[in-house]
Design a protein around this ligand. Sequence first.
Ligand SMILES: C[S@@+](CC[C@H](N)C(=O)[O-])C[C@H]1O[C@@H](n2cnc3c(N)ncnc32)[C@H](O)[C@@H]1O
Length: 294
Amino acid sequence: MAEAPSRSKNSGREPVPLAVWPVGQVSAQYQRAGRYHPGSAAHPGKMLPELARRIIAEYSAPGALVVDPMAGIGTTLVEAAALGRRTVVIELEHRCVALARENLGHALTSEQRRTARVRRGDARRLPALLGGMAGTVDLVVVSPPYACDAGVIDKPAWRSGRRLCDAGTLNYSRDRSNLGHARGQAYALAMEDVYAGCFAVLRPGGLLVTVTKTTRRAGRLFDLAGTTVNLARGAGFIYLQHVVALLAAIRDGELRARPSFWQLTQTRRARARGEPAHVVVHEDVCVFEKPGVG
Ligand SMILES: C[S@@+](CC[C@H](N)C(=O)[O-])C[C@H]1O[C@@H](n2cnc3c(N)ncnc32)[C@H](O)[C@@H]1O
């Protein structure tokens, strides 16, 4: 486990230490091959397994309790179990819950799966969903919806002149209680509840790690990491560290982007409209501490 960043109480005035992690040296498909169920491809917003592994290894010890309240296909679940952590993850969509369970059974040993659980529910009810474990969690990893129209790519439909993403797959599902649909103030209010729940379930000194991506809406960049830092601080957390997780590969000292078909199409369309868009090649990993020790 790496040395934790300085715990001097960061009131918001001190600069937060910055690190860069090259987690995209190998493609996402290759990272998941053989370890995740092929059906996982249908989820439009997955975390890189290498990123989840690195977060868990850096910010928790073997045997620690790791929670993900918005689990998707269960990347945190699988990687935490593989690293010998106890883990409980929550997800709203039945389809994702089934995939996360499938992934748990896919490449892990029965011993690794023994202390891993998937529960269906709303992340805004995290303390109730964890029951007696609330207050004992060592690490919460959360990759919230990015407040953008993520959807499942359908290339054949697109080639025949239809939409790139079927409307039913946008924002994870048609269910409006899925926070993939929330925007602006509604997004902030909902995530305020999620981070308050994360605060309640962590033990004093426990860590919250958020993974977000800068997106572009109507030509304007939306700094989701900045919004997340404000929300987490509002919930009582101390902002400890910022990590730039490089999705691009580094080859011969240069960044080689690995844009998805979706990203490429969106960026090209934005440029065609005259917007100075670039492919975003990183995610923001923000690390927060629940105060209360030492
Ligand atoms: C960015 S994805 C997380 C992906 C995940 N880290 C993975 O690697 O698969 C966000 C997830 O939050 C889920 N979600 C949205 N609203 C939710 C809510 N209210 N409670 C629980 N999960 C929710 C979505 O269904 C989606 O799977």
